[in-house]
Design a binder for this molecule. Structure first.
Ligand code: LFR
Length: 490
């Protein structure tokens, strides 16, 4: 029998990956067909996603599948959440795809709070307050570019937009829509009253489509360009929604941690928890496939480490933005630091004691992450890191302390005791982080699979394709297909 391939197009804040998957004797087999860098560009005074570069990456990856002779039956795209493209009545983009760390949302929470209280907003949507949520980005846009909102006829999240470029079909996918902070948690559709309260045009928000829905075949010219025809379908297009589907938890006492640019730590629930306590602790209820809610907290994550590495190596995150000088025991670009180099440095400074609140907004998009960490140490009267090793040790301690606190909060809010942590995503390859996570939380860590997000994306496609009866059997297969490392607290 002929092998049936499925393709996950998984684009994160730092890279895009096209991963082919197929089943062999019930096990999932992956193959990376293509990989490309994701970088931002400065445009019209804002940090923006380089949409042309991403689009070329998607096309390049589809061509790579053809070259491998592995034409996928279906294709699904997932990316980070909250960011969007506005389209005019002819389907042409209006304005830029501004990136969520851009400073345009500064003060935008006050604009929203003037119209609806934080308590009511949370009770309706169940979404944690993050200044970069779409709701605040739209408030910033209402102020800076009201004409763009006037010209717009639809709002597509980043994966919805690429699906539209591939197929000509505009669909709004539910899991990613929930990250906007505009979807009603109980009704699971756009909260029309909320849209009216905020003065957002209703025409931008259409019916929501669930993961597993067919978007359509490739447009003819695209099929001709990449050399084959296929069907685009919706996975959980929010990457974290895909990642959580792939978690091979052994029981319902496991905490899930999707570890990449962000560390998303939480559990899956059947219903949203929108109590005041939950709001105060800033836990979110993001919509999932089959209406499973991801109850989690955003923790600053590998972003801190990625940012430090870029600064040490003299690499810009946003092309065209001014660099800021910093002071450590090395100079920018003096040597090229790999992640293992940074881990080794952290280990060599094992007794450096300083910790910062990794979830402070100061670390969201600082001009220099190195300086931001040093300033936070100085500001709290702790020793200031002077070497790469001390800096890295401080980041590892701070991140794992956030993990520990988030698990304590989760226990309190759900009334459950958690007995293990499952880590998926690129960050689960960092053994030092895994060891410290186990030590600090006192819980066994199960690390893997690394490509959690792509696997979750493929899972929905494979269920749609009839390879699995449903999520339970798919997760069983995931558990058996990938190597999962156990790290016990000492
Ligand atoms: C992870 C992620 C998080 C979301 C953040 C911003 O890649 O999707 O879930 O909070 O990026 O979109």
């Amino acid at each position: 029998q002929e092998v049936r391939y499925y393709l996950a197009i998984d684009i994160g804040a730092s890279s895009g990956r096209l991963i082919l998957g197929h089943l062999k004797e019930g096990r999932m087999v992956l193959e990376e067909a293509y990989r490309f860098e994701n970088r931002q560009i400065r445009k019209n005074g804002h940090d923006c996603w380089d949409m042309d570069n991403l689009w070329q990456g998607i096309l390049g990856g589809l061509k790579a599948c053809k070259a491998l002779g592995k034409v996928p039956t279906t294709v699904g795209i997932d990316t980070w959440a909250v960011d969007f493209v506005l389209l005019d009545k002819d389907g042409a983009p209006v304005g830029d795809a501004v990136a969520y760390r851009d400073s345009r949302t500064e003060g935008a929470d006050k604009l929203v709070e003037a119209k609806i209280s934080p308590a009511e907003l949370y009770a309706r949507t169940g979404i944690q307050k993050q200044l970069f949520n779409t709701i605040y980005q739209l408030a910033a846009l209402q102020k800076e570019h009201p004409e763009q909102l006037e010209a717009a006829h639809s709002l597509l999240m980043i994966p919805d937009y690429f699906n539209y470029l591939l197929t000509g079909v505009q669909k709004q996918e539910y899991t990613n829509a929930s990250s906007t902070n505009l979807v009603n948690a109980a009704k699971k559709t756009w909260d029309r009253e909320l849209l009216d309260t905020l003065g957002l045009p209703r025409r931008l928000f259409g019916p929501l489509s669930m993961p597993g829905t067919v978007v359509g075949p490739l447009k003819e010219e695209i099929a001709a360009e990449v050399g084959f025809q296929t069907t685009v379908i919706l996975p959980a297009t929010h990457d974290t929604g895909s990642a959580f589907l792939a978690v091979p938890a052994r029981d319902d006492r496991a905490v899930y941690l999707s570890s990449g640019t962000w560390s998303l730590l939480g559990v899956e629930n059947e219903a949203p928890i929108t109590t005041e306590e939950s709001r105060v602790q800033n836990f979110t209820n993001e919509g999932g496939a089959w209406y499973r809610f991801r109850y989690l907290k955003n923790i600053m994550g590998l972003w801190m480490i990625q940012s430090i590495r870029r600064e040490l190596n003299g690499v810009d995150y946003v092309a065209g933005k001014t660099r800021v000088a910093w002071t450590l025991d090395v100079q920018a670009g003096e040597k090229q630091w790999s992640f293992p180099d940074l881990i080794a440095a952290a280990e060599s400074a094992a007794d450096f004691p300083s910790v910062v609140n990794a979830n402070d907004d100061a670390f969201l998009a600082p001009a220099s992450m190195i300086t931001a960490v040093q300033d936070a140490c100085a500001g709290s009267g702790q020793p200031v890191p002077q070497t790469v090793g001390q800096l890295m040790q401080c980041v590892y301690r701070s991140l794992t302390l956030c993990y520990k606190n988030a698990i304590a909060g989760l226990s309190e809010l759900t009334g459950k005791t958690y007995t293990s942590i499952n880590i998926v995503g690129g960050g689960c390859q960092d053994n030092y982080l895994n060891r410290m996570t186990a030590a600090v939380t006192g819980l066994p860590v199960y690390a893997g699979p690394v490509e959690g997000t792509a696997i979750g994306n493929l899972t929905v496609q494979m269920i749609h394709g009839g390879e699995f009866a449903g999520l339970v059997t798919a997760r069983q297969s995931i558990r058996e297909s990938f190597d999962i490392k156990e790290v016990l607290p000492q």
